[in-house]
Write a protein that binds this ligand. Sequence first.
Ligand code: ADP
Length: 207
Amino acid sequence: MSAQPFIVGLTGGIGSGKSAAADLFAELGAVIVDTDQIAHALTAPGGAAMAAIRESFGDGVLNGDGALNRPAMRALAFESPEARKRLEGILHPMIRQESERQCLAASAPYVILAVPLLIESGAYRERVHRLCVVDCPEAVQVARVMQRSGLDELQVRAIMAAQASRAERLAAADDVVDNAGSLEALRTQVARLHSGYLALAAPPGGL
Ligand code: ADP
């Protein structure tokens, strides 16, 4: 068994630039454990969560290839808080277990644990040694998500309203990445944080 690595939680509102920041950390050699990617893998064709989902919800939430039919599941979860809870009851423990496994398997000085709703989740806040928040003004978030997804402003604002507020995220952060500017400006900040995390993960005179 390897020792628990130093874990930096990476979060931010939708469209803030979490994925862009995670990609830059990865370029510098950090290992990224991404709970969104894990959720996708669990619900892909043959994914480890699909048998339990099929048993609980029936074939109506599966695609022909056996993957989760996301629009169908989203509609069901939106209509029924009970169904949403049931789905989370299947997925959340599996995501947690797999992310723990990946963190322990990482052979890197530190791990970036990317969790979109980390601030909203008690479970993940307890698991990170340090919390890094990617931040930008709400208007920038809206513009980026509209461009990326084709959703309209009301739809994007509805998603944002269901997430922690910008102020709540900033209050919880140990480190804030200001991603209102260019990707080059983002790169500079990520490089500085990377040096800091290496030092925190292996302090001079440490073990
Ligand atoms: P999140 O993972 O937080 O939802 P992304 O990293 O996917 O956000 O970024 C949202 C969109 O904005 C993407 O299309 C991404 O390429 C773009 N983007 C992110 N940061 C910047 C930036 N500094 N300048 C321009 N575009 C950016």
